[in-house]
Design a protein around this ligand. Structure first.
Ligand SMILES: Nc1ncnc2c1ncn2[C@@H]1O[C@H](COP(=O)(O)OP(=O)(O)OP(=O)(O)O)[C@@H](O)[C@H]1O
Ligand SMILES: [Mg+2]
Length: 218
């Protein structure tokens, strides 16, 4: 799958200058980079909810895209109904609620859930459907460690089953190491490094990548 080049400029400052990239099915790409490096901007443009500088689709029109924003949204309905909005399959909804340990919250109003519970609900809602491209913007940032492990397993299994392309924006290099096949490193809106995780995380080409990784203790 090809992603076309795109850029985003705010108040005359280019916050994203993406060169375009070919992504491969059944692969998890971790998008890493410092605060403000353009990760969410890239995710939003790709998800089609933020226009790039030059209008026009970055993806083939036939590609289906699932997107979980950095701040998950809960509709004013039960957790269960929120999840069923993702796809009308009761059995699947129950299974996802069990895996993510939110079954006891199924009748609770979703807009009253805690941050981590909301993220679990939003991940379940997204995984009700099979997409060609899934974009998760820091899906586990609000989750505790146990739930994070479950979510990571769920993400890996989803990719294996659906053969989708999954972009996982994360601040956790441990998570990138555990879940990703490939790593994309954004630096000040530029895609500075992209490749196999073993290479980007351990023998990166650029000094800026080395400094970023050192800071995170890789
Ligand atoms: N609506 C906006 N108006 C002006 N500037 C914006 C807007 N949205 C984002 N920016 C700027 O664009 C840059 C990239 O932001 P973005 O949210 O993509 O970063 P990020 O890599 O996701 O950071 P974080 O790790 O904090 O989530 C930042 O400098 C941010 O201040
Ligand atoms: Mg962000």
């Amino acid at each position: 799958m090809n992603i076309a080049a795109c850029s985003k400029t705010y108040d005359g400052i280019k916050v994203l200058d993406f060169p375009g990239l070919t992504l491969h099915p059944g692969t998890v790409y971790s998008v890493i980079g410092a605060n403000g490096s353009g990760k969410s901007t890239f995710a939003k443009i790709l998800a089609g909810i933020l226009p790039a500088d030059k209008r026009g689709s970055l993806l083939e029109p036939s590609i289906s895209v699932g997107y979980m924003p950095q701040k998950s949204y809960a509709f004013r309905m039960s957790t269960r109904t929120n999840i069923l909005l993702g796809g009308n399959d009761e059995a699947k909804a129950k299974q996802l609620m069990d895996v993510l340990q939110i079954r006891h919250l199924e009748r609770k109003r979703a807009n009253h859930l805690s941050g981590g519970e909301t993220a679990r609900m939003a991940l379940a809602r997204l995984m009700m459907k099979n997409f060609d491209l899934v974009i998760l913007d820091e899906p586990t940032a609000a989750m505790d460690m146990e739930t994070t492990g479950m979510a990571e397993t769920l993400i890996s299994d989803y990719v294996k089953e659906t053969k989708c392309i999954l972009l996982l924006v994360t601040h956790s290099l441990q998570q990138a190491r555990r879940v990703a096949d490939e790593v994309l490193f954004l630096y000040k809106g530029q895609l500075l490094e992209a490749g196999r995780k073993e290479i980007v995380l351990y023998t990166p080409v650029h000094e800026q990548t080395r400094r970023f990784l050192e800071f995170y203790g890789v």
